[in-house]
Design a protein around this ligand. Structure first.
Ligand SMILES: Cc1cc2nc3c(=O)[nH]c(=O)nc-3n(C[C@H](O)[C@H](O)[C@H](O)COP(=O)(O)O)c2cc1C
Length: 345
């Protein structure tokens, strides 16, 4: 480690989080790449994740993987988590990451109203011509999540992350604008969290006792950056405490910038609030390597605000960003460009 990098050492050192020994405190953020024809990740996908691991990432969190139900999503190149060919494809991915000394979590995804499926899209309240969930829909989806969690175990994953952020199904339950229900699943925060918490419980029960279960949540939505599921730390506490009681072991707090305070009156970011509220480890994310000051991030880390830092866009064009930054070889890093999303190095 060079002198210039010494203040950042706390980010690059090995760490054990939720029982998982990791080679660094950097995770790869989940990023949908549309490289899995028919829902099956190819050898190219395995090599893509292996390169980020060789590049110093401690924990890969996969792109969103559709859970085992037709309503989860319809795009054909988005991967699935189902027994058979998709499971075999993921087994190859996990083996490659393990061979390179890394760990890998599967992100379980249901797109809800964002699936573009009109009346075949499942949502809390049937807005915009979608199908409002009722009756047996709930146990069906709980079984789908549990089945996919079991498939993740079979495929060799080290952890599972439930995607409850960004305006997809579970976040549609958490957000009052998309959850207009008047039953036990809607209304105040302790009702809006009921179905997401049931999903957490179903997945927890499907996993071996020691396998970490991460829950990713956000205030913002992809179609509304100002949106909020919680208007105060107290409201956030109601949501996160229910998810923790259901079995969440790590919170992945998605923000557009990791250095942004989540609420007025405190500098803590969203991952900092998640950790303060629940006492559980947390992962921060947002514009790291794309504008967030690394020294400031390291200081937040040293204060114990969060445990891991997830990297998204910067890893698209720089698989070895962690290794190069740790070695002070920043001159070899290419600045992020939007066109990085089109290539698959
Ligand atoms: C191409 C792309 C695809 C993404 N796909 C997902 C996804 O499947 N699941 C998810 O939770 N977030 C997804 N995200 C959000 C990222 O995980 C991350 O939170 C976001 O890019 C901010 O981090 P960054 O500033 O380091 O890129 C995606 C982002 C990008 C750029």
């Amino acid at each position: 480690m060079t002198a210039t990098i010494a203040p950042l050492a706390s980010l690059f050192e090995p760490a054990t989080v939720a029982g998982l020994p990791l080679r660094s405190r950097f995770a790869m953020a989940p990023m949908t790449r549309y490289r899995s024809p028919g829902g099956v990740p190819t050898a190219e996908v395995a090599a893509y994740y292996r390169r980020r691991t060789e590049g110093g990432v401690g924990l890969v969190i996969t792109e969103g993987i559709l859970v085992d139900h037709p309503s989860a999503g319809r795009e054909t190149a988005v991967p699935h988590l189902t027994p058979g060919a998709a499971e075999e494809g993921w087994r190859r991915v996990t083996a490659e990451v393990h061979a390179a000394g890394g760990r890998i979590a599967a992100q379980l995804w249901h797109q809800g109203g964002a699936s573009g499926a009109g009346s075949r899209a499942w949502t809390p309240s049937g807005l915009d011509g979608t199908h409002g969930m009722s009756g047996a829909d709930f146990p069906r989806l709980l079984s789908a999540y549990a089945r996919s969690a079991r498939t993740a175990v079979q495929a060799g994953f080290d952890a599972v992350e439930i995607h409850a952020a960004h305006g997809y199904l579970l976040d549609e339950f958490l957000w009052p604008v998309t959850n207009r229900r008047a039953d036990r699943f809607g209304g105040p925060a302790h009702h809006r969290v009921v179905f997401p918490a049931e999903v957490v419980r179903a997945v927890r029960e499907a996993l071996p006792a020691r396998m970490p279960l991460i829950v990713r949540f956000s205030q913002f939505k992809e179609r509304d950056y100002a949106a909020r599921i919680a208007s105060s730390p107290a409201e956030l506490a109601v949501i996160l405490e229910a998810l923790a009681a259901a079995g969440a072991g790590v919170f992945h707090a998605s923000q557009r910038r990791a250095d942004e305070p989540a609420f007025a009156g405190s500098g803590l970011n969203l991952a900092g609030w998640a950790k303060r509220i629940t006492g559980l480890p947390s992962i921060t994310v947002g514009s790291v390597g794309v504008g967030t000051d690394l020294a400031g991030l390291a200081e937040r880390r040293e204060r114990g605000e969060f445990d891991l830092v997830a990297l998204g866009r910067i890893l698209l064009g720089n698989p070895s960003w962690v290794r190069l930054t740790a070695a002070g070889r920043t001159g070899e890093i290419r600045a992020y460009r939007k066109t990085d999303e089109q290539v698959y190095p």
